[in-house]
Design a protein around this ligand. Structure first.
Ligand code: APR
Length: 308
């Protein structure tokens, strides 16, 4: 089997963290691209020198143009302007739409058969935008949101119950924003739904903290968090290059599922070598479905703002 190639556009905090974890997991060779001269090249060289210490084999390179990304199996797009304190994800809309368009056109020129994993915020809108600009089939453009959001939910549940995060699985649907929909009924500890272990009030507080998980870190750090986001991207890249067929929440294109059409939004999918291989329609209670559809409204308005 020939080595896989994973390219990462935007060698900032999230992009570089993803690059490091992808190299360390030996998922393939890594190419980072950025517009700031020295950043992708310097980080790549530094990471390559971790190889002999951490004992991983991966060619890691950095560039300002897209030639080295040619024939990538996966391209992760993290390029954009980060969210500043007090700024909503939606404030970033117009700035990042322009960047994502430019980047996507460069990506597809060199890797017409790749799978695009989007990270730039506002996530669900940028994923839709990249899909439109690329002209790719919908299975080959997917957004990272639910892996991170459910990781946050899992972390808070583990803290609450004083149990290992390893035993917790969680499902968070909806957009990657204040309207995301954590699903306690589908969140379990060793197979036991948390609704049997944590009071309704506490679950609501934990869900709220999850919804504000990004903002909580921005307020502390003054920039967006990046370790968990980078790890979530690495997990998605792994699912694709190893054809793992993970069942995880991701931003995927809906064609009527959950009563939502022509939008990208967070839903449970099967992620494998063909990208989004399946979208699962799980049963939702009325209030959960309402919350999901309400979440989708925000994104409908968002794609209209950028001209769709
Ligand atoms: N092409 C390539 N790289 C670009 C471009 C572009 N057109 N525009 C910006 N970049 C690069 C920046 O130079 C920077 O290195 O994208 C990188 C973004 O990195 P950070 O500013 O560190 O942001 P990060 O925390 O990694 O967040 C990445 O996630 O939260 C979202 O929307 C937010 O776009 C941000 C993304």
């Amino acid at each position: 089997m020939s080595r896989k190639k994973i390219s990462i556009i935007g060698a900032g905090n999230v992009g570089a963290t993803a690059a490091f974890l992808i190299a360390q997991k030996q998922l393939g060779d890594v190419v980072m691209v950025d517009i700031v001269d020295g950043i992708p090249q310097g980080k790549a060289l530094d990471m390559a020198q971790m190889g002999p210490v951490e004992m991983f084999d991966a060619d890691i390179s950095g560039a300002l143009d897209y030639e080295e990304t040619a024939e990538s199996d996966v391209v992760i797009i993290t390029s954009g302007s980060p969210r500043k304190p007090g700024m909503t994800r939606e404030d970033l809309l117009n700035t990042n739409a322009k960047i994502v368009e430019d980047v996507t056109l460069n990506v597809i020129r060199h890797s017409p058969n790749t799978i695009i994993v989007m990270l730039t915020n506002p996530l669900d809108i940028m994923t839709y935008h990249a899909w439109k600009v690329s002209g790719f089939p919908q299975n080959r453009v997917v957004g990272q949101a639910g892996v991170l959001d459910s990781a946050r939910f899992r972390t808070f549940v583990a803290m609450e119950l004083d149990v290992s995060v390893e035993d917790i699985t969680a499902m968070v649907m909806g957009g990657h924003g204040d309207t995301m929909v954590p699903l306690p009924r589908y969140t379990t500890v060793g197979g036991i739904p948390i609704t049997q272990l944590i009071s309704e009030d506490r679950i609501e507080e934990i869900s709220d903290r999850t919804r504000n998980g990004g903002g909580e870190i921005v307020n502390l750090l003054k920039v967006s968090g990046y370790y968990a986001a980078g790890a979530s991207l690495a997990q998605m890249a792994e699912a694709i290059v190893l054809d793992k067929k993970r069942l995880i929440p991701c931003s995927a294109y809906l064609t009527g599922q959950y009563g939502i059409d022509d939008l990208y939004i967070g839903v449970p999918i099967r992620l494998g070598a063909n990208g989004v291989e399946d979208i699962l329609e799980i049963s939702l209670e009325e209030n959960e479905l309402e919350a999901l559809q309400k979440s989708s409204q925000t994104y409908r308005e968002g794609i209209q703002t950028i001209g769709y």
